[in-house]
Structures are given as C-alpha cells and as structure tokens.
Design a protein around this ligand. Structure first.
Ligand code: SAM
Length: 257
C-alpha cells in the first residue's frame, strides 16, 4: 500500500483519497459475512452477527487483538467504514452500478424550469452533473470523500459548478426553504426528515428512487406523509445499484404544500 502511495506521488497523480488499508476487512464483512449470517438467521441482532464474526475469525486463527480491533470498528465506527467502502466502489472503475444519471430523476425533472436542487447522498455525482448541465444550481453531499472529489473533478472539466461537500447528512447544513427539488437517488433520509423537509421551499418537490427492501415497501409514504404524494409505485426493474439485479424499486414524487 505504501508503495502504491509513493508511486502515485512520483507519477504526479493524486492517490485515491479515503481508502484505508486498516478498513480492508470491511468489504468481506459487509458483502459476504453479514448477508450470509442474515440469510441464516433473519432475526439475528447486530450483537449476534458480531459475535458470530468474532467466532468465525477465531476459527480461522486470526489473533485476538485483530479480532478486537475489527469488532471495535464495527461497533463504533460504522460511518467511517461505510465511507471507505463506498470510496473503493466509486474509484474501482468496474463496480457494477449505473454511471449514467438515474432514469427516473431524468424523467421526473424533464422540462421543469431549473432552480436549486439538493442531491442527497450524491455519490460520484452522476445526477448532480446531469442537473448542472441542464442549468440547475446543484448542492450535494456524501460522506464518501473520494466520490465527491471525483464529482468535483468531472464538473470542473465540464466547466460546471457543484456546491458539494464530503459530509454525512448529520453534518450537512440544510438551512430553511432553499431548495426547489431534493433528489434521493438510491438513498433516503437517515436523519429526522423534518430537518430535510424544512430546507425544501413550499411547492418544492422530492424525487426518490430506492430499493424497496432498503426503504421498506411503504416506508417512504410514511416518511413523506407531510407532503402531497403525486406518484408512488413499486416496480420490478433493473437496479442502478444492487449489482444491477432485477429488484423491487420504490419511486416517489411528492410536493411540499
Ligand atoms: C447507493 S449509493 C447512491 C449514490 C448516488 N445517489 C447514486 O444514485 O449513484 C448510497 C450513497 O449514500 C451515501 N451515504 C451513506 N450514508 C450517508 C449519510 N449518512 N449521509 C449521506 N450520504 C450517505 C454513501 O456514501 C453512498 O454514496
């Protein structure tokens, strides 16, 4: 890893930000161990999953200090681990997610007069850049710093401006009635929704697409109950994420009264 970093410095290219070798184990935990444990026991608590992980590491001969380090990170530093994991996905070049703008976002905002939009959990900016190209003033955030850096680099190359920050929703300054549209593309509010909706102008619109098993079949109807729901559907379609599998997808458009 150190050699890769030195190489990056020597050849003048920026090393990938945000990928920490000490977090490497999280890829396997998150994409293999945890889903398998949940499939074996759908009612398992987080503690039970972590205890099972510790047992499995022990049976592989992993040292106790290393097991304790991983369990501590899994208990206390999940957001850091997740940001690092997403950084790896965004910078890998071949991770299976849709790099084109989300089709439902495009369709929902087609022909709408550009205003101020918030791209919530913007990732590497596929939707932000599309909207900026249409003339929208784009704000966005995502804790995956390498992704936000990618978005900014791409925007600069296209002569576009993104107001983008590498922060989680819990750190973002939402403000009051400043956005005409909030886009949730394969994302959902992870903080009290009132804070998010407070930043939407009256008449402002929420556009969301997400996996039904992530947001719950009717979870978003409840979450956005304060808004007027213009469209709500659950359809089986190719996911932008989820390894691009056929998946049940929630699509929602709602207006703030
Ligand atoms: C499935 S990706 C979707 C990214 C992007 N919206 C898209 O459609 O390509 C989910 C994103 O949520 C981000 N994320 C995770 N926790 C977050 C949080 N607390 N606040 C904001 N973004 C978060 C991840 O870093 C990741 O980029």
């Amino acid at each position: 890893m150190r050699r890769a970093f030195l190489f990056a410095l020597l050849c003048g290219c920026a090393p990938l930000v945000g990928q920490r070798p000490e977090f490497e184990f999280y890829q396997e935990f998150q994409s293999v161990f945890s889903p398998r444990a949940r499939a074996d026991n759908p009612l398992a608590t987080n503690d039970e999953i972590l205890n099972g992980y510790a047992r499995s590491l022990r049976s592989e001969g992993v040292e106790e200090t290393e097991i304790a380090r991983r369990i501590h990170l899994l208990r206390e530093e999940r957001p850091l681990l997740d940001a690092d994991r997403y950084n790896r996905i965004y910078t890998s070049g071949n991770a299976p997610f849709n790099r084109a703008p989300n089709a439902f976002v495009m369709e929902s905002l087609r022909g709408k007069r550009p205003g101020v939009v918030l791209d919530y959990a913007m990732g590497e900016g596929r939707n932000s850049i599309y909207l900026a190209q249409l003339g929208w003033e784009v704000w966005g955030f995502d804790p995956a710093d390498a992704a936000v850096e990618l978005a900014q680099r791409r925007a600069r190359a296209l002569g576009l401006t993104l107001h983008a920050e590498a922060v989680a929703d819990s750190e973002f300054e939402f403000g009051h009635e400043r956005f005409d549209v909030i886009v949730f593309s394969w994302a959902m509010p992870l903080i009290p929704v009132e804070t998010v909706l407070g930043s939407l102008k009256p008449g402002g619109v929420v556009v969301m697409e997400a996996a039904a098993d992530y947001v719950g079949r009717n979870g978003m109807l409840q979450m956005f109950d304060a808004l007027r729901i213009l469209k709500y559907e659950i359809v089986r379609d190719t996911a932008d994420w989820y390894d691009r599998r056929q998946t049940e997808i929630v699509r929602l458009i709602a207006v703030k009264p």
